[in-house]
Structure formats: structure tokens, C-alpha cells
Design a protein around this ligand. Sequence first.
Ligand SMILES: Nc1nc2c(ncn2[C@@H]2O[C@H](COP(=O)(O)OP(=O)(O)OP(=O)(O)O)[C@@H](O)[C@H]2O)c(=O)[nH]1
Ligand SMILES: [Mg+2]
Length: 196
Amino acid sequence: MISDRLSTIVLAGGLSRRMGRDKALLEIQGVPLLKHVTDRVLPFSQPVFVVTAWPEAYQSIVAPDCHLITDEISAGPMMGFAQGLAKVETNWILLLSCDLPQLDQTTILRWIQHLGAVPETAIAYLPQGEKGWEPLCGFYRLSCREALQTFIDQGGRSFQKWLQTQVVEVLSVEDRRVLFNCNTPEDWQQVSDQYK
Ligand SMILES: Nc1nc2c(ncn2[C@@H]2O[C@H](COP(=O)(O)OP(=O)(O)OP(=O)(O)O)[C@@H](O)[C@H]2O)c(=O)[nH]1
Ligand SMILES: [Mg+2]
């Protein structure tokens, strides 16, 4: 049965090459970034799935009610999303990367409250970025699953290319700092300075 609740998929299977160490484990005031992100969404979203190639390492970090899904190493974010989608039974899914230190609960709640107003034709509700959509900090309808699978079966792996072929509603973001994702040690330094 498909329910009106919201599921969340957090992608945490990247290799953190630019950061040089596992981003999911970087700590904000003693809390690993992956836990920071999953804790932000748990009050509004059940279940929360974490897709990663290292489920054992992360299970003990996140809250016990997060569901770990095992992914292949380096399969890429789109494949991770598809793995998560296969488990989803809710109409809407919030897809997040694991490296969003500034995404706060008030913002998430405001976004969720707007979901009912998203046109039925839109398969996703996403912020716009400089290079296209921000695919890893926004919402997808479960009904996107078929189109996504077709794209993957044809060899596609790029969110931007896939989304260009789909109807997407713009999620307007007042304070773009919530979208800040940390990719490099310099990004992380910036975040750490704020929590001093
Ligand atoms: N499940 C899964 N998640 C992934 C995969 N590749 C990247 N991600 C996640 O997708 C999000 C965005 O990726 P990036 O910011 O590029 O992170 P990354 O790939 O670890 O970092 P770089 O190696 O520096 O590109 C992060 O939350 C990653 O953990 C993958 O193959 N599988
Ligand atoms: Mg990457």
C-alpha cells in the first residue's frame, strides 16, 4: 500500500575523494554529519533510508530506526537513489546527500508543507542550482520510478540529463545556505568555524 507519508533517502556511498576522509563521519559538535542529517529528517519522515556500501560502519552511527540499504561501491548517486526507491512505499520521497550541515528542521518542514501544492504533473520538486537542478536536496514522487529505471536501463547516470527530460517544479529556497554541501577540506573548515 502506498501511503501519504514521506520517506527520506540519504545517499552516503561516496568516496569523499575531494575531502580526503569520509564526509559522513565528520563531526559537528561531536555528532557525525550523517547522523546530523538523518536526525533532522526523522521527526517528519518515516522511514529514513541510508544507502551506502558500508552499512555496518554507519548502522551504529545513525538512530536505530534508520534503515540501511547496501549499495555497490562507486555505483554513483543515481544508482543509490534507485536502490532506495525500490524500498519506498510512500508517495513522496525526500532525497538528500549526507553532506548538508546547514539544512535545518524549520526549512524542511516548510518544504514539506508545500508538497500538497506541487502540480500532479511534476515528478520532482527541487531547488534550482547554478548548473541545473539541485537533485540531492529535494523531493521526488514515487511515480518517477519507472522513468528513472528506463533512463538507467538506457545507460543514463546523470541526474541533470534525466531531469531535463522530466517535469520538475521549482522549490524556491529563501536562504541558499541550507543547500551548502561540503566537498573539500576548505568547505569543512568554513563549517567548523561557525560551530566554534
Ligand atoms: N549510495 C551512494 N551514494 C553516493 C555514491 N556516490 C556519491 N554518493 C553520495 O552522493 C552525495 C553527493 O556526492 P559527492 O558530494 O560528490 O560526494 P563524494 O562522491 O563522496 O565526493 P567526491 O569523491 O569528492 O566526489 C554524497 O552524499 C555521497 O555520499 C554512490 O556510488 N552510492
Ligand atoms: Mg562524487
